[in-house]
Design a protein around this ligand. Structure first.
Ligand code: HEM
Ligand SMILES: [Cu+2]
Length: 467
């Protein structure tokens, strides 16, 4: 990394943020009840707003502020490293797609956390210093007139979602990169166009700044603003669809190697499409007025942000574990883990969409004697599926620990990959390249090259390339 100490600092800062967050569970007041969006004014007024909204809420705001600092340091470091510390010959367009994905993610993170940090500071000031950024005048909560004046609860929503929408791409872009990279390696041929994947990721990153209002269609803002936010939201589906078509088009006729990593990469595409399709509906204000705050939204974002992103992490773990630890993960356990998780997550999150369509609202912990009665069998089915899917993750954890100590030794290049990490021993020595600087001759996806000795050419091999 360009700044190794920054790297260390961002790790420890993030750990502190996590500990502060967890602290809320052990204080007498308990954790806050405001959910991940912490909407004002309830999040801003203090303990009148309910259990956990005193010190619990303070800890939440402090923790997120610290987390922002850790993320900003990390993002700066990734950007500086990508721009400054590339090997000789590693032009930007010769970087692997996953490096591109991390680079674009870091650029988004740098801007997004720079907005969330001041928003959290304003929230803390409202709660502790008597300011009124987010609290309107004349507000009565728990029979008490709140001593504030002139603030705007909508301001919090704007600040939060200006961060919050780009944040969903911070979650999924790295997985898009990992999946593209692993698919190419498993198909033994380049994608139809790696460049178009990179440009699509860039345009998703750019457009993600113009769409935050689609989370606020029912917030009471002007309907014309809804229209303005709806157009770019629908536009974002274009690069997303292009990427999907490139993945599927490249898979057409490919003789793909099936293993845990490639299965999770394929599973990612499936989840991304299934969860993304509901985005088309939500992007239209007239439809979203009905579906907002129902399980339909919960189904949508769990499939894309939840499951698809995590499938990318699983794919990456199965792929690079050998390089990191010197031992391979167990394939049988890996594939069992994939199928149970894949089927399980569809059983959980598909029914969420049906629940949402019939009006089951989100954020309620219990439904008693109301219109949701007939839906209870479906809720039970989802609960059982969730417990099963959760249990399947134990297989993964077991596999991690077992393979770390007892797994088959990992060769230098188990997947016949082309990128630099596969040219050094597994695990890498502490100085990575043994003091020698590699020189890059090719783009990262020279597979199935006619006339080459194997079916691939490493990036640092002086052998002539395909094109
Ligand atoms: C095809 C592109 C997509 C479109 C058009 C889209 C559109 C939308 C819209 C309009 C909403 C607001 C719904 C409401 O609250 O009433 C929403 C919610 C959400 N979307 Fe998407 N989305 C897309 C893809 C994604 C992706 C790829 C992710 C994550 C990686 C994501 C994560 C979320 C999250 C987390 C929420 C809900 C946040 C909350 O209310 O708690 N979306 N989406
Ligand atoms: Cu959004």
């Amino acid at each position: 990394m360009a700044f190794p100490r920054f790297n260390m600092m961002s790790f420890w800062t993030t750990l502190v943020a996590f500990l502060v967050l967890i602290l809320a569970f052990v204080i007498p007041d308990g954790p806050p009840i405001s959910g991940w969006t912490s909407y004002a004014p309830l999040s801003a007024v203090g303990k009148d707003a309910g259990p956990g909204m005193g010190w619990g809420m303070n800890l939440w705001a402090i923790s997120i502020a610290i987390f922002c600092i850790g993320s900003l340091l990390g993002a700066l470091n990734f950007i500086a490293t990508t721009l400054d510390l590339r090997a000789k010959g590693m032009t930007l367009m010769r970087m692997p797609i996953c490096t591109w994905a991390w680079f674009i993610t870091s650029c988004i993170a740098l801007l997004a956390f720079a907005v969330l940090l001041p928003a959290c500071i304003l929230l803390i000031l409202d709660r502790t210093a008597g300011t009124s950024f987010f609290i309107p005048s004349g507000l009565v909560i728990s029979d008490r007139l709140q001593p504030h004046s002139g603030g705007s609860p909508l301001l919090w929503q704007h600040l939060f979602w200006f961060f919050g929408h780009p944040e969903v791409y911070i979650a999924i872009l790295p997985s898009m990169g990992i999946v593209s990279h692993i698919l190419i390696n498993s198909m033994r041929k380049p994608l139809l166009s790696a460049r178009v994947i990179i440009y699509s990721m860039m345009s998703i990153g750019f457009l993600s700044w113009m769409v935050w209002g689609h989370h606020m269609f029912v917030s009471g803002m002007n309907p014309f603003s809804s229209l303005l936010f709806s157009f770019p939201t629908l536009t974002i589906t274009i690069p997303a669809t292009i990427m999907t078509l490139i993945w599927l088009g490249s898979l057409y006729g490919a003789n793909i190697r099936i293993n845990s990593a490639s299965l999770f990469a394929l599973g990612f595409i499936s989840m991304f499409v299934s969860g993304g399709v509901s985005g088309f509906f939500l992007a239209q204000p007239s439809i979203d007025i009905v579906l907002h705050a129902t399980y339909f939204v919960v189904g949508h974002f769990h499939m894309v942000m939840g499951v698809a992103s995590i499938f990318g992490v699983f794919a990456g773990t199965y792929f690079w574990f050998g390089k990191m630890t010197g031992r391979m993960m167990n394939e049988t356990l890996g594939q069992l883990h994939f199928w149970l998780t894949f089927i399980g997550t569809y059983c959980i999150f598909m029914p969420f969409h049906y629940l949402g369509l019939v009006g089951n609202i989100r954020r309620y912990s219990a439904f008693v004697n109301d219109y949701t009665g007939p839906l209870m069998p479906l809720h039970k089915f989802i609960t059982i599926a969730a417990l099963g899917t959760g249990a399947a993750q134990l297989i993964f954890i077991f596999n991690l620990i077992y393979s770390r100590y007892k797994g088959a030794p990992a060769p230098e290049n188990p997947w016949n990959g082309t990128t630099l990490e596969w040219s050094i021993p597994s695990p890498p020595p502490w100085n990575n390249f043994g003091g020698k600087h590699p020189i890059i001759y090719h783009d990262p996806y020279q597979y199935n090259v006619k006339g080459s000795k194997g079916d691939y050419i490493m990036q640092d091999s002086p052998e002539p390339s395909a094109g």
